[in-house]
Write a protein that binds this ligand. Structure first.
Ligand SMILES: [Zn+2]
Length: 299
C-alpha cells in the first residue's frame, strides 16, 4: 500500500470510529469529531513542549557558560614598580585542560592578569575551555594565536610564509570565533612559532590588529623572557626571568614573559616541581610591585 492509500484507510477508520462512538453514546457525530481533534492537538502540543524542554536540558552547559560571571582582580600595590605582560600561549581545544585551569585560577589568587594566546580552531567545540575563558574574561586579554598552529610541508609555521590574502582570511576566521567567545574585538596577534611574513603583517594591520607580539617583532612587543628554556629543555629560574626583564623595565616599558601550559607538565599531568615555579613567579611579581597588564592596556 502506498502513502496516500494508507492515509485514506486511516481517515476511513477514523470516520467510522467516530460514527460508532456517536451511535453508542447517542450524541452528535460533530461533537465526537471536535473532542477527538482537541485531544489530538493536546497530545501533539504536550509532546512538542516536552521535546523542547529536553533539548534545553541537554544544552545546560551552554546556558551555564553564557551566565557565568568573572570576578575582576584588584592588585593593591603601594606604588607600581614596573609592568609585566604574562603571555600564555597555546590555549586551545581539548588539550592541557588541567594546566590551563590551574594557571588561570592561580593568576586570580595572585591578582595577576594574563594574555591568552588562543588557537581559534575547534575552541567552540570544547565547552570546558570555553567555560574557563568565560570565567576569566574580565581578567584576561584574548590574543589570536594563529588558526590551528599547523606546519607547512617544509616545516614552516602558519604565518611564516603566508601571503597577505591568505593571512587575512585566517585572521578573519579567528575574529569570528572570538566574537562567539563574547570577547571584544581582538587587537593582539601572536604568530605561532613567533614567525610572521611581511604579507601577514599587512593583513594584521588591515584587520585592526594593533599589537604583534613575536620574537623579532618590530617595536616593543617582542618577547623578552620565557618560563621554559626550549633549547636546553629546562625551566627558567625566576631570578633569570626578572634579569631578562631588566632592560624593558628600565625603559619604563612592559616586559613580555612567554609561558605555555605544557611548560608545567611531565607527560600529560601537572608536575608539582615545575608548577611551583609559576607560583614563585606570581608571588615575586606581587612582592616586587610589578603590575601585570595586557597588550590592550598599552595605548
Ligand atoms: Zn604556540
Amino acid at each position: 500500500m502506498n502513502f496516500s492509500g494508507g492515509l485514506s484507510l486511516m481517515a476511513h477508520i477514523l470516520i467510522n470510529t467516530c460514527y460508532k462512538i456517536a451511535r453508542t453514546l447517542s450524541v452528535n457525530v460533530r461533537s465526537v469529531f471536535i473532542v477527538f481533534f482537541v485531544l489530538a492537538f493536546s497530545v501533539f502540543g504536550a509532546s512538542y513542549a516536552l521535546k523542547t524542554f529536553w533539548q534545553k536540558d541537554n544544552n545546560v552547559e551552554m546556558v551555564m557558560n553564557a551566565i557565568r560571571t568573572c570576578e575582576p582582580v584588584s592588585p593593591s600595590f603601594g606604588s607600581v614598580a614596573g609592568r609585566v605582560i604574562l603571555r600564555l600561549d597555546d590555549v586551545q581545544a581539548f588539550a592541557y585542560r588541567d594546566a590551563t585551569r590551574s594557571l588561570l585560577a592561580d593568576a586570580d589568587t595572585y591578582d595577576a592578569r594574563l594574555v591568552l594566546g588562543v588557537i581559534p580552531k575547534g575552541i567552540l567545540e570544547d565547552e570546558f575551555i570555553q567555560g574557563l575563558i568565560h570565567d576569566h574574561l574580565c581578567n584576561v586579554e584574548l590574543a589570536i594565536h594563529g588558526w590551528d598552529h599547523s606546519y607547512g610541508n617544509d616545516g614552516s609555521f602558519e604565518f611564516e610564509h603566508a601571503d597577505e590574502d591568505a593571512a587575512r582570511e585566517i585572521i578573519k576566521k579567528g575574529k569570528e570565533v572570538f566574537a562567539q567567545l563574547n570577547s571584544t574585538d581582538p587587537v593582539t596577534f601572536i604568530p605561532p612559532g613567533n614567525e610572521v611574513s611581511d604579507g601577514a603583517k599587512k593583513a594584521l594591520e588591515l584587520e585592526g590588529i594593533r599589537y604583534l607580539s613575536a620574537e623579532r617583532a618590530d617595536g616593543e612587543f617582542g618577547m623578552d623572557a620565557t618560563t621554559y628554556d626550549f633549547p636546553n629543555k629546562k625551566m627558567v629560574e625566576v631570578p633569570d626571568i626578572l634579569h631578562a626583564c631588566e632592560k624593558k623595565l628600565g625603559e619604563n616599558k612592559a616586559c613580555i614573559i612567554v609561558l605555555h601550559p605544557q611548560d608545567y607538565l611531565t607527560g600529560d599531568v601537572i608536575d608539582p616541581e615545575k608548577y611551583a615555579k609559576y607560583i614563585e613567579l606570581l608571588a615575586t611579581l606581587r612582592d616586587k610591585s610589578l603590575l601585570t597588564v595586557t597588550f590592550r592596556d598599552q595605548q
